[in-house]
Write a protein that binds this ligand. Structure first.
Ligand code: PLP
Length: 338
């Protein structure tokens, strides 16, 4: 079975397993786990912030960050199709008492400075006030669009001019950096905090990072504890995370594989595929006889897994555990499936 459902399905390699076995550990709630401390320092260096915090998941990372920036009852501006809005169980409302005002991004999920200004709400006797803007890069629902650093900066500047801080959901920010040919720190520079996942294309078995100023990270640390994320000898899982950070240099291989896949699938009658910007390939099967669900069933019968991303859209994600030869096999398997 070739599993292209997500870049989270990778298994830790021997080096990661060995690193976990050898990791020096301590109680991280007492800040005494040297491996976690090293990972937090290294992660902050990589994205160019003062500090960072290790969290079990990207979802928890986004939620502790959002909570650290806001006060109960405020509004948060988020792109309509973004992960924090669509896939986190309404966590901003459930956990932090926030009201989300969604902004329509463009077809790649880019939020314009005008939209930020239009949707901003000043606090008064009747209105809750805007407490935060969230952005996402790469934009998952928009097929892994790698949003240029200038576009992130423009939206962030509009928010900052209104006194509103900005959190970047950078679950795949290193994919964006690789695609744009810039350092991740350049994308992160204009925002106040970022979350990124070690457990996606970078191949760690678990874990994400939240990064920002020292003062922000202290608040995020309290929120992590509140949400039940204070971990003890977490160096066991942080050690593979340190290796994962270095894997950011190989993400362009996944992007090349996604391009190969897209070109191959686009040649199959009934399928239409746009050139992917990163490692996510969205396949439109509306011109075939299949719905997304039927198409996926047929693919599974031929040994390929993906996920539905709409009535007639399927997402295939390339990652560390699939090579060039697998891509050729996927293209012929999908051909047979149709
Ligand atoms: C995967 C993802 C998350 C959440 O990460 P988990 O570790 O699965 O909780 C957040 N934002 C985006 C854009 C993602 O793709």
């Amino acid at each position: 079975m070739i599993d292209l459902r997500s870049d989270t399905v990778t298994r830790p390699d021997d080096r990661m397993r060995e690193a976990a076995r050898e990791a020096e550990v301590g109680d991280d709630v007492y800040r005494e786990d040297p491996t976690v401390n090293e990972l937090e320092k290294r992660a902050a260096d990589v994205v160019g912030t003062e500090a960072a915090l290790y969290v079990p998941t990207g979802t928890m990372g986004n939620q502790v960050a959002v909570r650290a920036h806001t006060e109960r009852g405020q509004e948060v501006l988020s792109e309509r199709e973004s992960h924090v809005v669509k896939w986190e169980l309404g966590g901003m409302a459930q956990l932090s008492g926030l009201q989300v005002r969604t902004i329509e991004g463009d077809d790649r999920g880019v939020v314009s400075p005008d939209k930020v200004r239009e949707n901003y709400v000043a606090e008064d006797l009747h209105r809750p006030g805007t407490g935060l803007l969230t952005l996402e890069n790469t934009h998952n629902s928009k097929g892994g669009a790698a949003i240029e650093a200038e576009d992130i900066a423009a939206a962030a500047e509009a928010a900052h001019d209104l006194g509103v801080p900005v959190h970047l959901d950078g679950a795949r920010v290193f994919n964006a950096a690789a695609a744009l040919g810039v350092e991740a720190s350049e994308i992160v520079e204009p925002v106040d905090s970022v979350m990124f996942c070690l457990s996606k294309g970078l191949g760690a078995p678990v874990g994400s990072m939240v990064a920002g100023s020292e003062e922000f990270i202290e608040r995020a640390r309290r929120n992590r504890k509140l949400l039940g994320g204070g971990m003890r000898q977490a160096g066991i899982i942080a050690a593979p995370g340190l290796l994962a950070l270095e894997n950011r240099h190989r993400l362009s291989e996944d992007h090349e594989n996604a391009s190969r896949l897209a070109a191959g699938l686009d040649d199959i009658e009934g399928l239409s595929v746009l050139e992917p910007e990163t490692n996510i390939t969205l396949v439109d099967c509306s011109e075939s006889d299949y719905t997304a669900a039927e198409f996926l069933d047929a693919c599974e019968g031929e040994g390929v897994l993906g996920v539905a991303f709409g009535e007639y859209v399927v997402r295939f994600c390339t990652h560390w555990d699939v090579g060039e030869a697998d891509i050729e096999e996927v293209i012929s398997a999908v051909g047979r499936a149709l």
